[in-house]
Design a protein around this ligand. Structure first.
Ligand SMILES: *[C@@H]1O[C@H](CO)[C@@H](O)[C@H](O)[C@H]1NC(C)=O
Length: 254
């Protein structure tokens, strides 16, 4: 007993070091290399890999590459606080409908300009969350806490980034480092359903949901920014985590 502990304890820091400092340096088995060649072919290859990655990650992710599940995506807390209006989404889950329906529509990865653009979409998203809200949205007072069910139809998203290619001192290999990442999306419709508004007052609750739905465009404009920011951070860390483990040459060498 005593000896096993004595041996195990000094090993622990070494194991932790091995897990954090060493790059995996190989592509995951479900992806293949995209040799940097003629632009159109290269981008078609990157698009195929991006779609394979999204399809593979699904509800499981890939811990070895620091990749979270993509469908559903979970956010512990998203907070909006502006002009006396507060809205918290707690344990927000964003799932495509039908499930696993993200489609990568276009990719442009410019290795010379070191710029990445891509677009993806889904027929619909269901967002399910606990919520707390207080204040005025547009002109209407809202207050409550309960479940929020949001449905987004015609979801189209864009992500862009610049990147540097930086040599890692430990292994001497080059790695992609993202910067100036941006995310935005367009939707064709949003439906809101906040349960238990005004302590469960049915009349007020229904009137408020009806107002939000009749004015969904303005409500979405007012409330989207903190969710956009959370998705920008999520996308950035997915892609960065991948490129922290897979070197530039492993992904793109001839
Ligand atoms: C809102 O969600 C509740 C709880 O799931 C459901 O009972 C209700 O029918 C929904 N209302 C609308 C208008 O979809």
């Amino acid at each position: 007993m005593g000896t096993r502990e004595a041996v195990a304890l000094p090993l622990l820091p070494l194991l932790l070091l091995a897990c954090t400092a060493v790059h995996a340096a190989q592509l995951p088995p479900y992806l293949s290399k995209c040799p940097a060649r003629e632009r159109v072919q290269f981008n078609e290859c990157v698009l195929r890999q991006a779609q394979k990655a999204v399809d593979h990650l699904g509800s499981q992710g890939d811990r070895k590459f620091g990749l979270s599940p993509t469908d559903p995506i979970e956010f512990p807390l998203i907070e909006t606080d502006s002009n006396g209006f507060t809205l918290k989404f707690i344990n927000l889950k964003i799932a495509t409908d039908p499930p696993q329906a993200y489609k990568v529509d276009s990719v442009d990865m410019d290795l010379d300009r070191k710029h990445l653009d891509f677009a993806y979409s889904a027929p619909a998203l269901n967002m399910l969350s606990k919520y707390e809200t207080d204040g005025r949205i547009l002109i209407v007072p809202v207050k409550g806490d309960g479940e929020a069910l949001l449905r987004i139809d015609g979801y189209k998203a864009k992500f862009s980034a610049d990147f540097d290619v930086v040599k890692n001192k430990q292994d001497g290999l080059d790695y992609v480092k993202l910067k100036n990442t941006k995310y935005s999306s367009d939707v064709s419709k949003v439906s809101y359903n906040f349960t238990n508004l005004f302590n469960g007052d049915q009349t007020l609750g229904k009137a408020t949901n009806d107002f939000l739905n009749s004015n969904w465009k303005d409500v979405f404009e007012e409330t989207k920014w903190s969710t956009f920011e959370a998705i920008r951070q999520f996308m950035t860390s997915q892609i960065q985590n991948f490129f922290d483990r897979v070197s530039y040459n492993e992904a793109f060498a001839q």
